[in-house]
Design a protein around this ligand. Structure first.
Ligand SMILES: C[S@@+](CC[C@H](N)C(=O)[O-])C[C@H]1O[C@@H](n2cnc3c(N)ncnc32)[C@H](O)[C@@H]1O
Length: 270
């Protein structure tokens, strides 16, 4: 069974506001691989596209880009964000995409594949991909660091404590992220495949946006559903501790979030 999280309107709105698209170093890995492996850039399908931040990145390279997500609310947010005419969005499960057999040059998922029904999804990837097509499945990990002045270590420790506090609410599918997508890599039905586990990117953001980003985590959303008062108080405390540690009072103060990302890249035989 596929997991049905992220589907509510409120979660989709938090996503649109606080989630960011694939950053520079991850983009470099992806586009270098596509340049090496693809002969044509006709259609890219971004499955589990959420509110579409990363879907837009593909628009400059592909003649047509389709973002898909099981959540109608996420697709609504993606459509409302505005997009070029050759980008479109569809609400459907990643395991049943209503596009023709062998029509896609790329099937990609950003921080989404761990939620899918993996055996059914891999069958669907094989059906959708044209000969010589590529599948790329990447994800942020929970290996996060904060950098600000000379208190980076303390800030990172606060973030790690928060992740630990919400971890009892994590879905079992997060284990696929914790094993750096090894299970997903093993399930890819193509021989020409590789897995990279050390792609680091930095995201400059305000303290307010960092707190919003934490609120977009699925374990936090589950915590919020089960214990709303405790979840809200956790968020208020994190913000206060971050500001105190940084020695500032404005939640608009900028810091850097560093993420480690994993990426599985595979190429279907011609
Ligand atoms: C963590 S979000 C990532 C969204 C986006 N790709 C990004 O990078 O911001 C995961 C997304 O996968 C979607 N999702 C989960 N299971 C799905 C499935 N079986 N089929 C399609 N989408 C799914 C969720 O609705 C959610 O929008």
């Amino acid at each position: 069974m596929a997991a049905r999280l992220f589907e509510k309107k409120e979660h989709a709105a938090i996503y649109k506001k606080y989630r960011f698209s694939a950053q520079e170093n991850l983009q470099k890995v992806i586009f270098a691989y596509l340049d090496k492996k693809l002969n044509s850039f006709r259609l890219a399908v971004d499955v589990g596209c959420g509110s579409g931040q990363s879907t837009q990145l593909l628009a400059g390279r592909f003649e047509k880009v389709v973002g898909t997500d099981v959540s109608e609310a996420q697709i609504e947010e993606a459509k409302q964000a505005g997009h070029p005419p050759h980008v479109s969005f569809l609400a459907c499960p990643a395991e049943e995409v209503p596009l023709d057999d062998h029509s896609a040059d790329l099937v990609v998922a950003f921080t989404a594949a761990h939620w899918f029904d993996i055996p059914r999804f891999m069958t669907e990837v094989d059906r959708l991909l044209a000969p010589s097509g590529c599948v790329i499945l990447c994800s942020n990990t929970l290996d996060l660091q904060l950098r600000y002045g000379d208190c980076s270590e303390e800030l990172t420790e606060i973030l790690r404590e928060v992740i630990k506090q919400i971890s009892p609410y994590k879905h079992e599918k997060i284990n696929r992220v914790l094993d750096d997508y090894k299970e997903i890599f093993d399930a890819v039905p193509f021989q020409d495949k590789e897995r990279i586990t050390d792609i680091f990117d930095k995201m400059p953001m305000s303290v307010a946006n960092l707190v919003g980003y934490i609120q977009s985590f699925s374990p936090y959303q589950t915590f919020l559903k089960k214990q709303p008062e405790a979840a809200k108080s956790l968020v208020a405390k994190i913000e206060q501790r971050l500001l105190e540690t940084m020695g500032v009072s404005s939640e608009e103060t900028q810091l850097e979030l560093w993420t480690r990302q994993v990426c599985v890249l595979a190429h279907k035989k011609a």
